[in-house]
Design a protein. Sequence first.
Length: 155
Amino acid sequence: MRYVVIQMFVLGALLLFVVLGTGPRVLPGDLRSLTVIAGMGLCLCALGLVVAAYRSLGPAFRVEPAPGDGLRLVTRGIYGKLRHPMYTAAITGSAGLFLLRPTLLVGLAALAVTVFYLIKARHEEGLLRRKYPEYADYVARSMGVLPIPQRLMSR
């Protein structure tokens, strides 16, 4: 439950800072059109990841990191390539929102979202390893929160 509360807090803070738009800008104004295009692109990619993840999970969808009872490990769809596409979407969307509203507060909130989801993924991976014996093989053939192949991460 604590992960859900923290998640609501960091995402809520990010959205509040985006809406308020206060604070010093941290990117030059002459890059504005480029950052808007890049930010919109990242937000659209994040939305696509959320839709793909939700479709792949079906009844296994949970907000809590603990796997549900009586459910199988989902390795189909987007989960065939990426172990945490919802977390990747949150980080990607946060980066996109920062590019759309490049203030210090939005940047700090986006950083908090990123750190939170990396910690949550690490915790969730421990739970999944204990519940599913096949999880180690799945890790070897898929990417984590950041879409970097496992073989590159282990070098």
